[in-house]
Every structure is written in C-alpha cells, then in structure tokens.
Design a protein around this ligand. Structure first.
Ligand code: DHB
Ligand code: FE
Length: 282
C-alpha cells in the first residue's frame, strides 16, 4: 500500500539555492530559525525515506510558451530533463527520474472523476521543479534519491485555476494515492510563492503578514485559503505570489487533519518572501 509520508510547501525562487549554499558554513544560531528551517526540512525528508515525490509546480515559459499553456498538466515519463531557461542547459544537470506507473495511476483515477489533466510524455522542467528537488532531496547534478511525478499548474496566464479548484484536484489525487497498491513512500510538494511581484508598478511587493498567516492556515485551516479568489491572491501576495494556489493541491492530497513538523520564513530571498512548511497526516 502506498504511504503518504510528507506534505511540504516551499518557495522555488532560483536564488534559494545559492542563498542556502552561502548559509551552509554558519551555525543554526547564526542563521536564525527562519533560515534554519530550510536546512531542517532536508534532514527531516531524509528520515522519511520517500521513494517518490509528487511535485506541484509551474513552468515559467521555459517548456510552455505563452502560446500553449495547459491549465493542469501531469508528466507521464520515465525522466524529465532540465529546461533551457534562457542561458542554455547547465551541463552539470541531468534528467530527473520519473515514475510513469504512478503517473498513469493518477491519470486513470482523476480523469474519469472529471479532472481532465493534460498528459505530457515528454516534458522539460524548470526552476519551479528543480529548486525544491535540490533543497528537499539534494537532487540535481544527475543524482536524485526520489522518482518524481511533476504536475504543472498554470499560474502565469489568465485565466488561472482558482485556489478552490486546486484544492479539489488535490482531494482527487489524494483518493488516487490511497488506492495505489504499490508499496511506495510518497512525499507531496507544493511549490512557489510566497509573496512576490516581479513586474509592473508593484514590483517588489512583499506581504510578510499575509505570508505568515498562509503558513499557519495551510496547516490548520486550508478551507480559508481555498475560499480566496485569484484577485485576492494577486492583491495580497503579488502577481507572482499567486503561485501559492499550488500549495492547495498539496494540502488537498493530505488528510484533513495534519500535524505540523516545522515551518520557517525568511524575507527577502531575491524579490520573494521565502517560506517552507512540512506536515504529516495525523
Ligand atoms: C523569483 C521568484 C520566483 O518564484 C520565480 O519563479 C523566479 C524568480 C525571484 O524572486 O527572483
Ligand atoms: Fe516562480
């Protein structure tokens, strides 16, 4: 029987990797709790011995141009190469291993339920996927201890799916995972956010108060977050902070009652309020 061993929400800002690398030689006291949580989460993940990670992320125009943006797309491939994000592909990176059997199980479960996911049997993955894989699992440079099932959500081009729809998709995927007979340990990861806006008159917008409330409510009151409209997310968290709806997919997959393992917040990393939360099913 499949076992859901972890639910994680985590920012995917590219600067997170060099930021944490620069913090590596400091002590936990020097880092402070907000930064230390990003180190603790990778230690904790190692102890969970996950076999597979469901990675809910968004493509930033690297694989999907604005000419073709599926609302939800699930990867069903044996591997996912890194996308060219404009500077060529880093030659030290290799493809991330997939789990096509689990992908097809999810597809065959949720499509008949009315969640018509687009299916990608070939898909390159950008920093939205790659940065959390590195922070959580040390994956990159050709080494990954987990297989991955990428689920890409359109949070880039309007109209984007609502937080409620993302939560409902998570509930459907959760039902699929609970019916999966293979003996695998599954980690579920929602990526993106927290508040940031990279463009327009409000470029640089960060809302620490909202981010901290979101970090609490994603554990204790996800319905409250699913009730917010996309306009609410953009107004509160910024146009790119609206990526946070992807954490609702993760939260829908988890049980209604969860226990928080850790959470942390540091602002800013690049232009972004960087957050992480880890939870287990009760
Ligand atoms: C930044 C944040 C993101 O979520 C992203 O996808 C790219 C860049 C940033 O703050 O630099
Ligand atoms: Fe992003």
């Amino acid at each position: 029987m499949a076992d859901i061993v972890a639910g994680i929400g985590i920012s995917h800002v590219p600067a997170l990797a060099p930021f944490l690398a620069a913090q590596a030689s400091r002590t936990p006291e020097e880092r402070g709790p907000g930064i230390q949580a990003f180190f603790d989460v990778s230690d904790w993940m190692r102890d969970q011995h996950a076999d597979v990670a469901i990675m809910v992320y968004n493509d930033h125009g690297a694989q999907m141009s604005l000419g073709l943006v599926p609302t939800f797309v699930i990867g069903a491939a044996e591997e996912y190469p890194p996308a060219d994000e404009g500077n060529g592909v880093d030659p030290s990176l290799a493809a991330f291993p997939g789990d096509a059997d689990l992908s097809w199980h999810i597809i065959d479960s949720v499509v008949p339920e009315g969640f018509d996911l687009a299916v990608a049997q070939q898909m390159a993955v950008d920093h939205g996927f790659r940065i959390p894989m590195g922070v959580l699992f040390g994956a990159g440079a050709g080494v990954s201890p987990v297989r991955a099932v990428p689920i890409a959500v359109n949070v880039v081009q309007q109209p984007t799916p609502s937080a409620r729809r993302c939560f409902q998709l998570g509930l459907a995927i959760g039902r699929a995972l609970r019916a999966y007979q293979a003996d695998v340990r599954i980690a579920v990861v929602g990526t993106g956010g927290m508040s940031h806006q990279l463009q327009g008159a409000r470029a640089g917008h960060i809302n620490e108060e909202f981010d901290r409330r979101f970090l609490d409510r994603i554990v204790t009151a996800p319905e409250e977050l699913a009730d917010l409209t996309n306009a609410d997310y953009i107004n509160l968290a910024g146009s790119e902070g609206a990526e946070l709806v992807m954490w609702l997919v993760m939260r829908g997959i988890m049980n209604p009652d969860v226990d928080e393992v850790l959470s942390g917040y540091h602002v800013p990393v690049s232009s972004t309020g960087a957050g992480v939360v880890a939870m287990t099913n009760r």
